[in-house]
Design a protein around this ligand. Sequence first.
Ligand SMILES: NC(=O)C1=CN([C@@H]2O[C@H](COP(=O)(O)OP(=O)(O)OC[C@H]3O[C@@H](n4cnc5c(N)ncnc54)[C@H](O)[C@@H]3O)[C@@H](O)[C@H]2O)C=CC1
Ligand SMILES: O=C(O)C(=O)COP(=O)(O)O
Length: 530
Amino acid sequence: MANVILITGKLHPEAIEAFQKDSSLELIYKPDCKFDQFKTDLARAQVLVTRSETAIDRHLIDHAPELKIVARAAVGVGNIDLDYATEKGILVMNTPGKNTNSAAELTLGLILGMLRHIPESHNHMKQGGWDRHRFTGRELRGKKVGIVGLGNVGHRVAKFCRGFDAEVFAYDPYISPAVFQKNSVEQVKNLQELARRVDILTVHVPKNKETTGMVDGEVLGALGPEGYFVNAARGGVADEQELLKAIQEGVIAGAALDTFDNEPDPLGELVRHEKVWVSPHIGASTLEAQLAIGKTVVEQVKKALEGAVVDYHVNLPDIGVIDSPVIKSYSTLAEKLGSMVGQIIDFNPSHVRFKYRGDIAEMDNSLIKLSFMKGYASQVVDGFVSFVNASNEFDKLGIQCDEDADPDFSSYRSALKVQITGTGNQSLTIGGVVFENRHLRLTLVDDFYFEVEPRGHMILVENEDKPGVIGDIGHRLAGANINISSFNLARNTQGGKAMALLGIDSSLSLPQLKDIKAIKYVTKVKAIRL
Ligand SMILES: NC(=O)C1=CN([C@@H]2O[C@H](COP(=O)(O)OP(=O)(O)OC[C@H]3O[C@@H](n4cnc5c(N)ncnc54)[C@H](O)[C@@H]3O)[C@@H](O)[C@H]2O)C=CC1
Ligand SMILES: O=C(O)C(=O)COP(=O)(O)O
């Protein structure tokens, strides 16, 4: 069945066309609509693509029971309830870097427009005026520009300002001094100090708890009556009431704003003030940026739907070495092992130990571990489990994990073994290997050794090692008209215990399962679907 993709923000036509052409998707394109206008579609959507108009809050997520992927067709994810999306296993991704230049150029446009009164002179002339002396402005050359947040947009703004022969200073506590040096920017250790030293203060930080209201009355006071403030990042980074007051009282000379607290209905007094130059959040609105964003969204959504790890994920745990075919194949195996454990385990696990052997012991195994968690939690947790929430679900189940690695292992090139223990002496061990990065094999269940492909419908039967049991199993399956596709048998000691792993062509009903359990000497039967 086709996945429903709902797009609630304006996307580049090439991206829309690419989604339309994809027969595995049902596209619903409702740009710039209010929640009520897309609510019904949302209830069916697996994928939601948005721009800043759509707040992905708890309310929206609660109306999206099928939602697996949110693609923010831009950078800022401040309008997304990431914690709740993560709890629900919804993958959130964005498109960093794709609108960087667009936002940086607009920032320069705002600065120059403000310093040279370009919008007012334009309006004046459109109204028939020719007063050349009314619009005498200031040059950017030789001014001191203070950048808050020297990330993608920040450092490009720095570069452009240097091109205008401005002096550039920046405050960003999260990057190394080397980045300041590389961008020929003088590092300033706090925001107040930066505001005090510069003529133009421009913010390029994400909006979060730490940055909301970071530009307050005191910072604006430090900027001073000759100083200008610029915000093409996020409304609310500057406290808008304090900003308005500072402008009204001449505490600063003016402000240029592309982003506002309450879009699309910003504070009217602020927008209308003659010392405030505004644009309606158009930082990313260039054909070039939208094309790059559109292409990225199409690629990323495709990858995510294929189950591949996407490049620009926002709420996945840190996963290393995702390009390694070895790690990828062992992750597929680990997910199957986790799923199998979830289906056969008879106790509540409290501890899981991952044992990496051979080549994989020297690699970053975070994806393998996460895959096992996903496989296991998908079986035991009510609700959707993905790479996004698998680790959280494991925590909620109260399962501790640790790892041990032995690169000198010699039996196979690589091998994965997982030991699960519960309270008391309960334990279950499962292991597997992958040949040529493609052939997955389950090699171990407790002390029984196999070489079984873990796929499709399977039955695990444990019994006392007595004659006749295998015949009985075959007989009862034949009676139920269930075809056996593979039969693998192992025993620990002669006359001890035996375990059979059978591949079957169709699923087993509960009465059929009970019927096999009733066979003499059979101690355990589990139906498995991988
Ligand atoms: N107006 C528009 O249409 C657009 C707005 N944006 C917004 O611009 C902002 C910057 O975007 P990017 O440069 O792409 O993001 P980025 O993630 O590359 O850079 C953000 C920088 O802010 C720094 N930072 C974080 N917290 C800070 C704090 N408390 N104090 C100082 N620095 C801090 C980070 O270390 C990082 O270097 C974001 O809010 C983004 O949403 C981006 C593109 C278009
Ligand atoms: O990238 C960002 O953070 C932006 O602000 C751009 O947002 P938009 O997609 O234009 O609504």
